[in-house]
Design a protein around this ligand. Structure first.
Ligand SMILES: [Zn+2]
Length: 233
């Protein structure tokens, strides 16, 4: 086992560096994997422990600049000014990264969706909160379509201006549970919020950002180990 802690440890989704081996690749990954509540998980309404209204998350998203980057086996929109944030239990978590997984990492009633976007947030103590949004692809007019005046993609540059709220469904009902990062070092705790509404993603827009990406980059579903899943209407 390599006794290093850096971003250079190679990991992937198949073979000897695949998900079942991540915890053996270095001490840092090994430590993260020891957190008992790992992500993703299967989400099903029959497992809901309590139907509570106090698991509310409030979005304070703004139109801001995002830089397109490719690292950690996927495509990312990174906001250099981190102006958008959410509030959960009185704590501010700033949006630091948007990326996607194909197929979805979370499953609904055991079923994957073709696509899951993660909006990754961090508070001032370095704790993570991730919002998961599941999608199917469509060629019909949708909110990500090129011709939608509210949303013009600059495909020539790697800079974009948009309001990250575009990734959120109108219907804000969501699952909430305590989990981990789904990529090495898979550390926790991470507050997860996953909308139960499956949205439509523009085929052409997605094809552009998916170009050259791995055919699949989803970590398999992890055991619940007795943890609670919450659902807010
Ligand atoms: Zn992710």
């Amino acid at each position: 086992m390599k006794n290093i802690r850096n971003m250079d440890v190679e990991w992937g989704y198949t073979g000897e560096t695949g998900p079942e081996h991540w915890h053996t690749l270095c001490d840092w990954f090994s430590l993260g994997a020891k957190y008992p509540y790992q992500s993703p998980v299967n989400l099903t309404k029959t497992l809901i422990s309590e139907n509570t209204a106090d698991r509310e998350i409030t979005f304070f998203y703004k139109n801001e600049e995002f830089t397109e980057k490719e690292f950690k086996n996927t495509f990312h929109f990174v906001p250099p000014n981190t102006e958008s944030y959410v509030v959960f239990e009185g704590e501010k978590y700033y949006l630091t990264d948007i990326h996607f997984h194909t197929p979805s990492e979370h499953t609904f009633e055991g079923e994957h969706c073709p696509l899951e976007f993660h909006l990754v947030h961090m508070n001032n103590s370095g704790e993570n909160l991730v919002v998961g949004c599941l999608f199917i692809l469509t060629k019909e007019i949708n909110k990500f379509s090129k011709d939608q005046a509210a949303f013009i993609w600059q495909t020539e540059t790697h800079q974009q201006w948009f309001n990250p709220a575009i990734f959120l469904p109108e219907q804000r009902s969501h699952f909430h549970y305590l989990g981990s990062l789904t990529t090495p070092p898979t550390k926790g705790p991470v507050h997860w919020f996953v909308f139960d509404t499956v949205q439509q993603m523009d085929h052409d827009f997605f094809q552009r950002i998916d170009e050259g990406m791995l055919p699949f980059n989803n970590r398999p579903v992890q055991p619940l180990n007795g943890r609670k899943i919450y659902f807010s209407e």
